[in-house]
Design a protein. Sequence first.
Length: 92
Amino acid sequence: MPKCYTSRVSDGVGVRSKEGRKFALKIIRKERITREQELVLGAELALLRRLRHPSLLQLVDELDTPVEWYFIMELFKVRITGAVLDRIVINY
């Protein structure tokens, strides 16, 4: 993990050390993906770099290490309770 971030990989949340802000982490181990998957991830990253819209989570940072790629995204937390949760559980 890059030095400016700390992470709790188990829940996919990282914290930027300087400001204490939380982010969503997408961590991809390079040894576990095929060349085709690598190309798809490259296309996803190119798209995330260009997209700017208030309804979309933004790519905050990207880091490429010899072993892993890190996509650091805005963190969206939602609590689903009550009727909405009941409907999700019943239908899925």
